[in-house]
Design a protein. Sequence first.
Lengths: 163, 139
Amino acid sequence: MKALLLDDALSATVIRGVCKSFSELFASPPTPGEICHSGSAAARGDVSGILGMIQERPEASLVLSFPKDTICALISRIYGRPFPEIDRSVREGVGELTNVLYAAIKKDLNDRGHEFKMSIPSVISGQDFSVAAGGGETLLVPFMLKEGPFCVEITLLPAQDPR
Amino acid sequence: MTAEAQKILIVDDYEMVRIMLKRCLNQLGYANVEEAVDGQQALEKLQSATEANSPFSMIFSDLNMPRMNGFELLSACRKAPAYQRLPFVIISAEAESDYISQALQHGANDYIIKPFSTQTLQKKLERINDLLKRSAASR
């Protein structure tokens, strides 16, 4: 089984997954920004969908984060009514977007020899928080839509000490 | 059967998905669309509709749902004489061939990968309607 690497192929996978998912869901392809690799990058936002990327062990976390204005505008387009605040429907929408995005990324990775399993997203919200998921090496890809910015972050998790 | 005459049940725990799917179906002329939030509620709605002599003509169901998931709902339908032949389409974000094969082995008539376009849905509906016509002609 192949270990996950935060390389150019993974960046391309994330960009493909996001562009395909958002184009189909919102008829609005997002534009990727400058990719950031670092040990200290942290996705900032007001609401995030988070899930564990698990092969034989939890190998990484995937975080999809939105500022309030971006996600409220996107969810308003689907429901056909305004969402001034992040409520249950908005959080549920972030969960489903995270689910759809992970499925696209997982398929791409598994087609290349990985064995990632299905995972259920959790959603957290709060004003302008940052997520430090696992504290390992991070790939952060920012995107821009006409509704505003958002970002996807994948953070490698350290292997557990078997003792 | 025309689109207007068909009664469709969509099953998904996410309201956002139900809204998007219902909107696509409405755009394609399918106005009689009902919703269920999980497999258990779907079974209850199928039963009430049958008892009221207004059965569903097609079902679109997600896979991962609380209480009763899409595979469990599909198995329950295929075991019940009243719903054995009900066209059943799985709609899931899971795009790997294992899931698609498993769905078809359980008796699904088709599989749509989320996110999907109205055009994809239209093609799948045409295929299901052809199937229904052939099935009616062979009886």
